[in-house]
Ligand binder design. Structure first.
Ligand SMILES: Cc1cc2nc3c(=O)[nH]c(=O)nc-3n(C[C@H](O)[C@H](O)[C@H](O)COP(=O)(O)OP(=O)(O)OC[C@H]3O[C@@H](n4cnc5c(N)ncnc54)[C@H](O)[C@@H]3O)c2cc1C
Length: 398
């Protein structure tokens, strides 16, 4: 790490502390949003145009003061940045404030039963009819759609051009007539996903973000958005317990004698350290205003498999207790007596172990990540594309 970390009397720190004390050290979500502290990296008036160091100072000062920001998830992480990038001032003013205050929750309506990794192949149609679009089709794996007010939706507006070119990007209120949700209960027993069906659903033209047929460019903004963060060593996409947490528990319980388990524990430590260093390199690049290099592409591929290894070892260490859904890894093992707080950590997202297979699928599968590394980092040739030059309709007719 090679940057100057601002000292305790830095003006930016003093400013936040002063603001906190003028808000009784317990600001409302509305106050945090209006002060620009929820997404400081966003431009004014929604954020503070904060550079990476300023963002980290704000994170640090708020967390020292015990202030929590309610906003997060798909609204703050994906919908907001896309609306900032391609939305009109009216759309920005209408949608960004409730994202920042946490009042409106968003979901992502991208994947379809027949297009996940090959997202640009999507078949949901939006046909323009005067000042509205008529939408028909279906989305799947819509996380939290049943708890969301709004969704970001991509749909095909022109089938007679190559697949990436005929897609548009919409804001979809989840209570629109013609939209129906069917719950999908996953193997953790949680209802986290849904299949979403659209039957002659009408969306006003003003719900489109950007130009018609320019949705793929915006979808790439959505998928590529990553803010600077010092946290995120957790095994489950940056959340939940980390390899270090597990190994600390192991040490506290007297260590391991079985050579096979010792070997797995040391491998986990090495993976965790490699990932920590990759994160520091990425962060260092961001803090110096440089684009992260190949390490950022490699990180997801490594981190997802590492998360599975952490959860697998945690489960195996508890022996037969690890098989219990309600105990979970390290839950109630007599060998690893742990506090309630830690148990909750391992139960994160309805049982870390049962959730962990999803790590190498969601947000781009590990195979697709490896393709990205092969092509963009190592410069290997792209797969032969048999649909090259065809319109989406032609490729479907085959
Ligand atoms: C926890 C979780 C939450 C999710 N939340 C959402 C959400 O909120 N909204 C949403 O829209 N989607 C969501 N998804 C869906 C996710 O984006 C897709 O599952 C993912 O993009 C993979 O698509 P797929 O499931 O159709 O698999 P497919 O693309 O059909 O892949 C099947 C297999 O083929 C392999 N494969 C595919 N293409 C290639 C290739 N070119 N080279 C080599 N191998 C390949 C894949 O790696 C995989 O092993 C979520 C998924 C998970 C696991």
């Amino acid at each position: 790490m090679d940057f100057d970390w601002p000292d305790d009397n830095d003006d930016r720190r003093l400013e936040i502390r002063e603001w906190l004390s003028s808000n009784g050290n317990n600001p409302s979500q509305e106050a945090l949003a209006r002060a620009g502290y929820v997404a400081p990296h966003w431009p004014k008036p929604y954020g503070l145009d904060a550079d990476p160091i300023h963002q980290l100072i704000i994170d640090e000062e708020l967390s020292k003061a015990g202030v929590k920001r309610a906003a997060g998830g798909i609204g703050l992480g994906w919908a907001g940045p896309t609306i900032l990038f391609g939305g009109t001032p009216e759309q920005q003013n209408r949608y960004l404030w409730p994202i920042l205050t946490g009042e409106e929750v968003w979901c992502q309506l991208f994947s379809e039963p027949d297009s996940g990794s090959d997202l640009a192949n999507l078949a949901t149609r939006a046909v323009r009819d005067g000042d509205r679009y008529i939408v028909n089709g279906s989305k799947i794996w819509s996380s939290g759609a049943h708890r969301s007010h709004l969704g970001i939706l991509i749909a095909r507006t022109d089938p007679d051009v190559p697949k990436h070119r005929g897609v548009s990007y919409f804001i979809c209120p989840m209570d629109t007539p013609g939209l129906e949700l069917q719950p999908i209960v996953d193997m953790t027993t949680a209802h986290s996903f849904n299949q979403t069906f659209f039957t002659d659903m009408e969306l006003p033209v003003e719900n489109r973000i950007g130009d018609e047929n320019d949705g793929w460019r915006l979808a790439k903004v959505t998928l590529g958005n990553e803010r600077v963060s010092l946290s995120g060593e957790g095994a489950l996409w940056g959340s939940g317990p980390s390899a270090k947490d597990l190994l600390d528990l192991v040490r506290a319980a007297g260590g391991l004698t079985d050579p096979n388990l010792r070997d797995r524990a040391s491998r986990l430590h090495i993976e965790g350290e490699v990932l920590r260093l990759i994160r520091l390199r990425t962060l260092s690049a961001q803090l110096q205003g440089r684009q992260p290099g190949p390490e950022a592409s490699v990180r997801k591929a490594l981190a997802d498999e590492h998360g599975q290894n952490v959860m697998q070892l945690a489960k195996d260490l508890t022996g037969s207790h690890g098989m219990l859904v309600d105990a979970g890894p390290l839950g109630e093992s007599p060998k690893f007596p742990v506090t309630h707080a830690v148990v909750e950590g391992w139960q994160h997202w309805h049982g870390g172990f049962l959730f962990s297979p999803a790590l190498t699928i969601g947000g781009g599968t590990s195979e697709v990540q490896r393709n990205i590394v092969a092509e963009r980092v190592l410069g290997l040739p792209h797969d032969v594309d048999i649909q090259s030059g065809q319109t989406w309709s032609e490729s479907k007719a085959q």
